[in-house]
Design a protein around this ligand. Structure first.
Ligand code: AMP
Length: 298
């Protein structure tokens, strides 16, 4: 493979200068924040940005503040040369790859904390995680000032947290969600899938299968949510998953739903060995409820 020739920028000032030059030419800019170990899921975000704008900035930054003390910050896969080459092939114009000092210089003291949607599910399972995410994403948005920024539905709660913070802080950017890219067997692509042993990799697609089957079952029988989810958790446990949560939530607020109603989202986190997998699917409740109502009305 030929060496990559894409511009890799390390500091905020150079990023700002380049983006300002593009903007002076009336070009629309899309930002794709990532932690690297680039795969087709990340590249789907790049393609969405390409399709909607003139220039694409992709960031590579393994953000220490979003990892818990016992999480995999040190072990997180890093390969900047391969990532830059993948970005270049997908049509990225500029890679922003700052070091930790550039993002958190001495004296750094500000944290962005998103209450509500940031406190549920992953927020409860990983204390401090979304404060780390919200702080770095706010910084990236303000450093780059793109027209739009692209986030994967794979991390559905993160997408909602980012939407909330952009709205609350009046950051003039469109936040675009991109559907999850999956392996042929359904496993959501993730940089952390490299941690899976051969045996775990074989079992891993069950998470998506259970989500999809449970969502379909809930759409057919919204009154049986509790039993359907208990069943789903049991199926995962029997296959060796340690289930953290499998829950039906309001798709916009992520609050628990007293009664199933649209729009709803089914979200799960489970460990396979030392690897923590998350995934989620929409639930087509509207149709089931509409049909039930139609039947009730005769
Ligand atoms: P990460 O590098 O894991 O922080 O992810 C960077 C961005 O890529 C986030 O917006 C993720 O939601 C998104 N992403 C990760 N995996 C996928 C996937 N399988 N499909 C779509 N987007 C993804």
């Amino acid at each position: 493979m030929a060496a990559s020739t894409i511009a890799v920028v390390r500091n905020v000032e150079t990023l700002r200068r380049q983006v300002a030059a593009w903007r002076a030419q009336q070009q629309r800019i899309g930002l794709v924040p990532t932690m690297g170990a680039i795969h087709e899921g990340h590249l789907a975000l790049v393609r969405a940005a390409r399709a909607q704008g003139d220039r694409v900035v992709a960031s590579l930054f393994v953000n220490p503040r979003q990892f818990g003390p016992s999480e995999d910050f040190a072990a997180y896969p890093r390969d900047e040369a391969a990532d830059a080459a993948a970005f270049e092939t997908a049509g990225v114009d500029l890679v922003f790859a700052p070091n930790v000092e550039e993002m958190y210089p001495p004296g750094f003291a500000t944290t962005v904390q998103v209450a509500g949607v940031g406190e549920e599910l992953e927020g409860a399972a990983r204390p401090g995680h979304f404060a780390g995410v919200a702080t770095i994403v706010a910084k990236l948005l303000l450093q780059c000032l793109p027209d739009a920024a692209y986030f994967g539905e794979k991390d559905y709660q993160q997408l909602l947290v980012v939407r909330r913070l952009a709205r609350d802080l009046d950051i003039a950017v469109r936040i675009e969600g991109v559907p999850t890219v999956r392996e042929a067997d359904g496993l959501a692509l993730s940089s952390r899938n490299v941690y899976l042993s051969a045996e775990e990799r074989h079992a891993a697609p069950l998470l998506y299968r259970v989500l999809r089957d449970s969502a379909a079952a809930i759409a057919r029988a919204p009154e049986a949510v509790r039993a359907i989810l208990e069943d789903g958790r049991g199926t995962l446990r029997a296959a060796g998953f340690a289930v953290e949560y499998l829950e039906l939530r309001d798709a916009e607020t992520l609050m628990p739903m007293a009664r199933p109603a649209a729009p709803a989202r089914l979200l799960a986190a489970a460990r396979l060995g030392r690897t923590r997998l998350i995934d989620n699917v929409p639930v087509a409740l509207g149709m089931a409820l509409g049909m039930a109502l139609g039947m009730a009305l005769g």
